[in-house]
Design a protein around this ligand. Sequence first.
Ligand code: FRU
Length: 457
Amino acid sequence: MVKQSLHLKAPGNWINDPNGFIYYQGKYHLFYQHNPYAPVWGNMHWGHAVSDDLVHWEHVGIALYPTRPEDQDGCFSGSALEQDGRLNLYYTGIRYENVTPQNMHNCVEKVHSSSQLMITSEDGFHFDNMNDKKVIVPSVQNQEIGDSKDTRDPKVWKENGIYYMVIGSTCAGKQGRVLFFKSRDGRNWDYASQYAHSCFGAILECPDLFQVEGQYVFAGSPMCITDSKIGYRDHAVCMPVEFDPGTCTMEVQGDWQYVDYGMDFYAPQTCLDKDGQRVMVGWMRMPESVESDGKKPWSGMMSLPRVVEMEDGHICFRVHPETDRYFTHLLLDMRKRKNAGKTPVSKMLMPKTPFRLKTEMTEGETLDIGGYIITIKDGYLKADRSKVFDGISGHWLSNCTPKISDHDCRCQLDIFVDENLIEIFVNRGWYVLSHVVYGLGDYIDGCIDELWSRSEL
Ligand code: FRU
């Protein structure tokens, strides 16, 4: 079985959303939306990977595949919950009403129905797709409650002995909303309430609701939240909310934020790690597949795990301690070499394996990582991938964070560089900006403080 480290990537062909992310019986399980047949979206299965530490992953095959009329055209996204030692998976089953004669994966006029299903495993590895799937929320037929087509991605949790489910939905494809269901046993569910907000886009996908230091946080992926003509129109957002478990009423508090300002990150999901920290991973969308070393073409990877924390009412995404531990070798410590501050490195060769750069940048400074250019301009951190994006058109080439400060803008940057992904944690994760890249050069040009890797240069 395929083993990977740092970033979980498609084992071949296609992956999208993280699903069923859980720490269960001493291991992290991360399932994912998977097309096992081609490096493009379609024919959704759940692929399955496990890890002891969130950084070394092993793909262990396919967990869920279509077997029932309700999920015959796809096992869409969902979540996992441990119950009495077993692992429950909750997901959306998709059935196309009509397909084109040439291609049964092509749904005519996007008319399909969505139902919510569950399946249980004794050990987290074996799933009886033939006999054990149960429909728990049949396709919603009442527009007042939900949408028969676009109601999907159940996230389930347990709070004070009661089970809760939040599902993404829409009001007739125009306004995103979420639906709440409740259960006493995790199997039989009753509709409780719903909530819509202007920041939920046209359809809300992959909702998640959890607490961080006693504060409820909502994360979700609204479709069409931007009207940009380039790049993706759907983006993951998050915000502090009020939530009353008794009535399942939710209210957005204050402003929403993008989870990641690079605009490639989507459909994140969280779980509690083994130390009880709230950890999030998201899907890094790739406009083109990669074919490396004669391996099968692959498309899609997961972000690094990010610890969700609140600071002054703002949602921060910190580097996970396991990612810290992964980078064992401090290859360069510029602060030690010259007693005073930073030292420019000119076209220094960078390691072949993933590496981590730490630096502090101020207004007007630039760092060039193999053609990927980071600058601070007018108080914004800006990243430009135009030289390392293979001439791909129709996508953003440069993005920036919100304004960091008006005066004396100083940014602490913690940058993780992998072959096809750069993730920049700004000021201890106050903002994160991540970009998919193709064909990075093998040098660093600019001022850095520290360079970390997992091996010697
Ligand atoms: C988000 C999403 C989900 C859906 C899945 C299908 O990327 O569209 O809403 O369940 O992907 O692959």
